[in-house]
Design a protein around this ligand. Structure first.
Ligand SMILES: Cc1cc2nc3c(=O)[nH]c(=O)nc-3n(C[C@H](O)[C@H](O)[C@H](O)COP(=O)(O)OP(=O)(O)OC[C@H]3O[C@@H](n4cnc5c(N)ncnc54)[C@H](O)[C@@H]3O)c2cc1C
Length: 192
């Protein structure tokens, strides 16, 4: 048992595969910095995944594309003059946070290549602690989901209220035993 909590083990141990394993074709997240170009062709734009495609497990691409669409609408309201430069600068700001979430989280896995500056190592250590405490604290689980679903900024996970709950949650013994939700699911499947 190498996983920090039992939930995935408990589900997988009882599950039956429906077919062969299939892998995503995405080799990596990819970001192209069009906002840094000195020149760009007129009457032409790049959009959505062509600006930045994320590891699909984080489910961010459609949200980012929708935000870019709203931004493009605003840019067009100001006319078509210098459109590409204005749009790419605004799109880069939309991409920044989901990019940090996706790439930063991928770097939690030791096999993923990439630089891990001290701040990233701290954040990933902290998120690991948050995940552990969140198995028993729905406030933490909700706060985390709001960030990965891009409705709240990542900084909310470092607020004093959340940090205190992370600390308290990790002081409790027995974090590696099945959560109440998994125990209830086991009872239901045993009685049906
Ligand atoms: C497995 C998987 C799961 C995902 N899950 C989620 C999720 O849960 N939530 C989420 O938000 N995002 C998710 N995404 C990401 C999301 O699908 C993309 O971010 C989003 O579709 C990007 O939209 P797009 O219009 O930029 O590109 P696309 O949706 O890829 O559209 C590009 C279109 O252009 C067409 N095309 C390509 N080349 C040419 C050509 N030369 N001529 C004409 N047409 C062309 C393609 O056929 C395609 O229809 C997932 C992605 C994958 C791969």
């Amino acid at each position: 048992m190498t996983l920090p909590t039992m939930e995935i083990h408990d589900v997988v141990a009882r599950a039956e595969p429906l077919g062969e394993f299939r892998r995503y074709r995405y080799a990596s997240s990819l970001r192209r910095r069009y906002e840094k170009l000195a020149r760009f062709p007129e009457h032409y734009l790049v959009f959505g995944d062509a600006i930045c495609s994320f590891n699909p497990v984080y489910g961010q691409g459609v949200t980012v594309a929708a935000e870019e669409a709203l931004t493009l609408q605003q840019c067009l309201r100001a006319g078509s003059n210098d459109l590409a430069r204005r749009f790419f600068r605004a799109a880069a700001k939309i991409v920044d946070i989901p990019w940090e979430i996706a790439v930063g989280n991928d770097l939690r896995h030791p096999d993923v290549k990439g630089a891990r500056p001290p701040m990233l190592r701290f954040i990933n250590w902290y998120i690991g602690k948050l995940h552990l405490a969140a198995t028993r604290d729905s406030t933490l689980a909700t706060a985390f989901l709001k960030v990965v679903n891009l409705t709240m900024p990542p900084s909310t996970l470092l607020s004093p209220v959340i940090a205190r709950r992370v600390w308290q949650g990790n002081r409790k013994p027995g974090l590696s035993v099945p959560s109440p939700a998994i125990e209830a699911a086991s009872r239901n499947s045993a009685s049906s």
